[in-house]
Design a protein. Sequence first.
Length: 92
Amino acid sequence: MTATVAGCAAFLRFIPGMAGVASHRAGKSALRGLTFAMAELVADGIHVAMVTVAGSVAPGTAFDPDHIARHYLDLHQQAAGAWETERHFDGR
């Protein structure tokens, strides 16, 4: 018996070296590694992706949470043949 699986997982990471996040570098590097390892699940219909946010998240700025959320939704709605594993969000 074979189970049918489909899904999407997305992770968030900030750019290493930004003020206040230096202590998180090792963990975020591990998260990136996990993302790429889990990306092999594409054969099972599971889309795994990571978004790197290159700035401080704040409403009313280029890094508005709603703007970032649209990028997550875009990743989630990608066609299976066009799945991205990593996206860099620089406020545009």
